[in-house]
Design a protein around this ligand. Structure first.
Ligand SMILES: C[C@](O)(CO)[C@H](O)COP(=O)(O)OP(=O)(O)OC[C@H]1O[C@@H](n2ccc(N)nc2=O)[C@H](O)[C@@H]1O
Ligand SMILES: Nc1ncnc2c1ncn2[C@@H]1O[C@H](COP(=O)(O)OP(=O)(O)OP(=O)(O)O)[C@@H](O)[C@H]1O
Length: 292
């Protein structure tokens, strides 16, 4: 997350995430699922501008007319939770410029919420201790704490228990976000957790070394077949990535979908892959990078 002071406030760049590995361990009595996931943030950002407001109102403007701007927006929810946790009644005026597609498994809303927490903590001068900010983030959504600890981490529990990991090198991806989006709750609801969960060890070992191929072979997402059964048209995106010539090092759906990413040997290969995918009309195509 990049935080910049601006005239009278703060501007935050809120990154998208990819899940390079996502296993679902069990369904919990509260309806959530225990997961184990390797998440990385990538250089695709929404921008959130936050200024203090003279009134006690929390006001959000957003350039995407499809998104709510009231309490249903995760940015507003984050502001309200932070204010309640701090026991204050201050106001804020926020402007959100969306780039990250919604309902794509790229964590856009969660990242925006985390950006709001960081910005408001600053402009309200709260000095919230990190573990308290983590707790507020976890109340807003399971993916929100990750973005306080990005750029890369293993996330456990319902996603809110975050353990940072270091990437020794950058990885380059081609990203495809189809028009059709998916509801996270519906995808989890349709899943039956496996009897024998897949271990996360191999994907973590594959992060070391110069060759991206071992990482490509260990990409895994338990939610992918569930999402593809719900939206059979996603198979076209999956098959287009798998069938590219020259072949990619691997490909996967991110989170609960519906975006897919392909792991590429280097930036040139990612740009070539994007050029080959764009004419197919599968959706929105970008090249993104994670790591140092
Ligand atoms: C799919 C992922 O994006 C992978 O990173 C996350 O697990 C989802 O995280 P998120 O969007 O922040 O999810 P939340 O807003 O906390 O939850 C939305 C809904 O998804 C389901 N949900 C979410 C997380 C989780 N570990 N188990 C679940 O079953 C629940 O039905 C919940 O009501
Ligand atoms: N700031 C926001 N940006 C995007 N969506 C938001 C935001 N606030 C609330 N939402 C709602 O959340 C839903 C999808 O959010 P988001 O784009 O974060 O999903 P996602 O990419 O599938 O995320 P995740 O990977 O965390 O499940 C939409 O129904 C949208 O209306």
């Amino acid at each position: 997350m990049i935080v910049r002071p601006i005239d009278g406030g703060v501007e935050v760049l809120a990154p998208a995430k990819l899940n390079l590995f996502l296993e679902v361990l069990s369904r919990r009595p509260d309806g959530y699922h225990e997961i184990e996931s390797l998440m990385v943030s990538v250089n695709l950002h929404d921008t959130l501008i936050v200024r203090e407001e003279a009134s006690e109102d929390i006001i959000l403007e957003c350039d995407d007319p499809e998104l709510p701007t009231g309490g249903d927006n995760l940015v507003v929810k984050a502001a309200e939770r932070l204010r309640a946790a701090a026991g204050i009644r201050r106001g804020a005026r926020m402007t959100l410029k969306k780039v990250i597609p919604a309902r794509a498994g790229l964590g856009g809303g969660s990242s925006d919420a985390s950006a709001a927490l960081v910005a408001l903590d600053r402009i309200w001068d709260l000095g919230t201790p990190p573990d308290r900010l983590d707790a507020v983030a976890g109340e807003v959504g399971s993916d929100v704490p990750f973005f306080l600890h990005a750029p890369s981490a293993v996330c456990r529990g319902r996603g809110e228990r975050v353990e940072a990991v270091t990437l020794g090198r950058p990885f380059h991806f081609v990203l495809v976000a189809p028009e059709v989006g998916l509801s996270t709750a519906e995808v989890y609801h349709a899943l039956r957790p496996p009897e024998t969960p897949r271990p996360i060890g191999p994907v973590l070992e594959a992060l070391d070394g110069e060759d991206p191929a071992p990482l490509g072979r260990s990409l895994f997402n338990r939610l992918q077949p569930v999402a593809e059964a719900m939206r059979p048209e996603l198979a076209r995106v999956r098959d287009a990535l798998a069938g590219l010539d020259p072949p990619l090092d691997g490909s996967l759906m991110s989170g609960s979908g519906s975006a897919y990413f392909g792991l590429c040997r280097d930036l040139d290969a990612a740009e070539r892959a994007a050029d080959n995918l764009k004419p197919l009309g599968l959706g929105w195509v970008r090249v993104v990078t994670c790591g140092p």
